[in-house]
Design a protein around this ligand. Structure first.
Ligand code: BGC
Ligand code: BGC
Length: 606
């Protein structure tokens, strides 16, 4: 299963390792957030990697500034004593999504619905090209999570609820990123190891017990401490699941959550990101059995393990204890991200005291250098991919193809295809004409955002272009059409953008004002088609009988014209459900039986 090691690379790694001081080794094991690194420290400490977190953008945010920023950091690393190039990492989870004007593809939930490995591979290759044009050689993707509880804010990062399918899609994604032998591609980070999608409601450890207590007992003080925005989200369920505890037995863990790791390792994945979640009484970051015995031992993983963002800090209140536990458990690189001097000093002390063996440090550095050598960064630290590939036409065309293939038709009572010349098509809903809403979280900012946050085509723009002069399109953001009557109305509703635990929600019903809008528009048309833009199935049982057509549009990204391609019948619906779609909140998490059948089952689609 594991690819054999290359002798020349291994010899090169050993030779370099021989020359390294303890300080230089620990430097390689350090990944720093780009705003936190002090000028001169990359060269001084031989820092192994710099990253952009979600929204970690240069100012102003454009492809050229990205390239200058990233290459500047790499150039500094070349001036270190041994000149080991750093690699720059970013979450390009649906395209180079932190970068304005890059192509934004559908989130994984949509790619899973499309269900084509070849498409996923081409998307990953295009993403890699756009990244490389700006010097970014490390992608914190693909997520191979299997979301069990749809209230989880990261549900959209999962391709499917079927481990075999996730494995196939993730393997294709890794192939596309690597692009042959990795010298012409980027380093994937398969995440989050392991069982992140199995965490239970109420088990998140992100907000501490004391913080919850404060929120309950003194909301005013809590408000002052955590901020109004966060307080509002906490009230509707934020941080209940994400970073929680996966209460599953080992057989289930191995059967449901481990297979995508084997599949991606077989494709040559050389980096895996560890999960914030816990299993078997340990946080994954201190889970030696799974990290070292199972992953590196049993499964033969030769690459390196990176922590999640500031995750070491969650292991123990005492930072020294936390660092020792994580490194000894098998962590190779720490995404610090801020206070790197504290980490460097602490790990140095731990090695000097013998609490972390030198053999463990050498093993970690070997793994990091091996990946870097496989990427060819010693020969060519600065990429020469032209900037013009960022957001280029062929990539946008590919994203549009992905959008139309991901659309999943769940109901159609003679409502679609819509005739292009059907007199006066009504289009309603903010989501029909908003780039930010159609992209979702992890777009320009960590949480994403509404509005024209980057370039692209809204769904409404696409409809107008498809129809041309043949018919008039009347658009209303709130579904107010003042008595107008039309044959067909198309209403786009959905969720607001979110990411991670900030998107955990106790209730997955559509917002009341959006249901009201659907009912209002119903009065204006003969046929009503509703499209839902969401990162997960939402509850539709209270209004589905009132509509003639229902499409799950997922989170399509910047190329909204893919919707019109299918709506008017130029292309057929292709998407299939890969998640069980609950009829009520009582059917969540997956497998909870409330006596009724689910609304839809995997494989359902018209
Ligand atoms: C960063 C994200 C990161 C998160 C973790 C944010 O500030 O932008 O990338 O995942 O913090 O808490
Ligand atoms: C997320 C990771 C992400 C990292 C860096 C964390 O908060 O859990 O998925 O790769 O931040 O942005």
């Amino acid at each position: 299963m594991t690819k054999p090691l290359d002798e020349k690379i291994e010899a090169g790694v050993e030779q370099l390792l021989q020359q390294m001081t303890l300080g230089e080794k620990i430097g390689q094991m350090t990944q720093v957030e780009k705003n936190s690194i002090k000028p001169g420290d990359i060269a001084k400490y031989g820092i192994g990697s710099i990253l952009s977190g979600g929204g970690g953008n240069p100012e102003p945010n454009n492809p050229e500034n990205w390239r200058n920023m990233v290459n500047g950091f790499i150039e500094e690393s070349l001036t270190s004593r041994l000149g080991i190039p750093l690699i720059y990492g970013s979450d390009c989870v649906h395209g180079h999504n932190n970068c304005v004007d890059a192509t934004i593809f559908p989130h994984n939930v949509g790619l899973g619905a499309a269900g084509e490995t070849d498409l996923v591979e081409r998307i990953a290759a295009a993403t890699a090209q756009e990244m490389m044009a700006t010097g970014v050689r490390w992608n914190f993707a693909p997520a191979v999570s299997l979301p069990i509880d749809l209230r989880w804010g990261r549900s959209y990062e999962g391709f499917s609820q079927d481990p075999a399918m996730i494995s196939e899609m993730a393997a294709a994604y890794v192939r596309g990123l690597i692009g042959g032998d990795m010298t012409t591609g980027v380093l994937p980070s398969v995440k989050h190891f392991v069982g992140d999608g199995a965490a239970s409601w109420g088990s998140s450890t992100r907000i501490t017990a004391e913080q919850w207590e404060l929120i309950e007992s003194d909301p005013t003080l809590a408000n002052a401490k955590v901020g109004e925005f966060m307080m509002d989200l906490l009230k509707i369920g934020a941080w209940q699941i994400d970073q929680g505890v996966s209460e599953i037995d080992e057989a289930t863990l191995r059967e449901m959550h481990l297979p995508p790791y084997a599949a991606t390792i077989a494709e040559g994945a050389m980096n895996i990101m560890v999960s914030y979640s816990s299993w078997g009484g340990f946080k994954m970051h201190a889970q030696k059995y799974l990290l070292t015995d199972v992953l590196k031992g049993e499964m033969g993983f030769n690459g390196f393990l990176v922590t999640d963002w500031e995750a070491i800090d969650q292991i123990d209140d005492d930072f020294y204890t936390a660092v020792v536990a994580c490194i000894n458990a098998g962590i190779d690189m720490n995404m610090v991200p801020f206070n790197y001097m504290r980490y460097i000093e602490t790990l140095t002390e731990a090695v000097n005291k013998g609490d972390v063996p030198m053999s463990r440090i050498d093993d970690a550095v070997r793994r990091i250098l091996r990946a870097k050598m496989m990427m060819g960064v010693f020969d060519q630290p600065i990429c020469d991919t032209p900037l013009s590939v960022v957001g280029c036409e062929p990539h946008r065309e590919l994203a549009r193809e992905a959008v139309r293939k991901s659309l999943t038709c769940l109901k159609n009572e003679n409502a679609m295809p819509i005739a292009k010349d059907s007199a006066g098509l009504l289009v309603a809903g903010r989501h029909a004409h908003d780039i930010g809403l159609q992209c979702g979280g992890w777009t320009i900012e960590w949480m994403g955002g509404a509005g024209a946050i980057t370039s692209g085509t809204t769904i409404l723009d696409g409809i107008k272009e498809a129809v041309g002069d043949t018919a008039e399109i009347v658009y209303s953001e709130d579904g107010e059409f003042a008595g107008a009557k039309a044959k067909t109305a198309f209403v786009v509703v959905g969720e607001e953008p979110y990411a991670e635990g900030m998107g955990d929600r106790s209730d997955l019903h559509l917002a009341a004002d959006q249901v009201e809008m659907i009912r209002k528009v119903r009065q204006n048309c003969e046929k009503l088609v509703v499209m839902v833009l969401s990162g997960r199935p939402i509850i539709v049982s209270d209004w589905i009988d009132e509509v003639d057509g229902l499409i799950a549009g997922w989170l399509p990204g910047t190329e909204g014209d893919g919707v019109a391609d299918v709506l008017f019948g130029d292309h057929p619906f292709k998407g299939q459900l890969r998640y069980t779609w609950p009829r009520s909140m009582g059917q969540i998490p997956l497998g909870t039986d409330d006596g009724d059948p689910p609304q839809f089952l995997p494989g359902d689609a018209l």
